[in-house]
Ligand binder design. Structure first.
Ligand SMILES: C[S@@+](CC[C@H](N)C(=O)[O-])C[C@H]1O[C@@H](n2cnc3c(N)ncnc32)[C@H](O)[C@@H]1O
Length: 273
């Protein structure tokens, strides 16, 4: 299995504080839910759909999606992959009707090329939500090809949700990597995937979603937990961040009175077979 080690080790029971994280990051999923046409994606007349979730994490998106689906929503046979065994087990527990848990595989998006050459299934929907930022740059063209190959011909829909290089996610990650010696790999961004889609020459479309993450300046525990998750490195306590001029200036630049307002920009790519 290929893997980005820092991402793989952070997504474990020891480091993930999902309650604190989703207090802030649910904004990402709300923006995505607003932008998707759920009746088109999950038509009631379909009765049964096959879905593959690439980099499934702990299942926050299907959990928020479930109450938005119509009562008559089709059964969604849900396969999922992730390099983190912890995420795979939490994900399985979180899937309830209309989602029906299927195959769970411990693997990275980079490994899909082998699988997609002789797919065990073709999917009505393949999505990768906030996960492909962890892939390696060299693997992006083959990841796009694999995701396409896994789609049902003509009708399958592929979705990639990934932050832009103009987002706070990228800014804080890049600044942190310059300040602290760390093995953390740079994030891949929406712009890297747009360039690879262009080079591949097959049809795709993209929408940019904008939202803000707000944290009270009084809430040091929440700020520290949020920043650690943004950069996938819990080793530096918040006071060490403040002692670095570039990090302090970046954070203070987004302070408005008693609140930090971190602007995020995320791309939603849609493509077919
Ligand atoms: C920010 S979380 C998003 C999880 C989930 N999709 C969600 O939105 O809640 C990123 C996920 O990508 C997984 N991941 C890390 N490297 C990956 C890779 N190379 N390929 C696929 N997934 C990866 C991590 O283990 C983690 O579960």
């Amino acid at each position: 299995m290929q893997s980005n080690d820092s991402a793989a080790s952070f997504y474990s029971e020891d480091f993930l504080d999902v309650d604190r994280w989703f207090q802030i990051a649910d904004a990402d999923y709300e923006a995505l839910l607003k932008s998707l046409n759920l009746n088109t994606l999950f038509p009631a007349k379909a009765k049964r759909l096959r879905l593959l979730d690439v980099g499934c994490g702990t299942g926050r998106f299907p959990t928020l999606l479930r109450p938005r689906l119509e009562i008559r929503a089709p059964i969604i046979e849900y396969d999922f992959i992730d390099p983190s065994p912890y995420c795979l087990s939490i994900m399985r527990e979180s899937l309830t009707g209309p989602f029906k848990a299927g195959q769970a595989l411990q693997m990275c998006a980079e490994d899909l090329d082998v699988w997609s050459k002789e797919p065990v299934a073709t999917y009505d929907i393949v999505w990768a939500i906030h996960s492909l930022c962890h892939a390696s740059a060299a693997a992006i063209p083959s990841i796009i090809k694999s995701l396409r190959n896994l789609l049902a011909p003509k009708t399958g829909v592929g979705l990639i949700y990934i932050h832009s290089r103009h987002s706070f996610y990228t800014q804080i990650h890049d600044t942190y990597r310059k300040v602290f010696p760390t093995p953390i790999a740079p994030f891949m961004t929406a712009e890297d995937y747009a360039a690879a889609f262009d080079a591949a020459g097959s049809p795709w479309c993209e929408e940019r979603l904008h939202f803000v993450h707000e944290i009270s300046v009084q809430d040091d525990a929440l700020l520290e937990s949020y920043l650690h998750k943004c950069i996938l490195d819990p080793t530096q306590a918040l006071f060490k961040w403040w002692s670095s001029a570039p990090l302090r200036e970046l954070l203070e630049g987004y302070r408005q009175g008693e609140v930090y307002r971190f602007p995020q920009q995320v791309a939603l790519f849609q493509f077919n077979f």
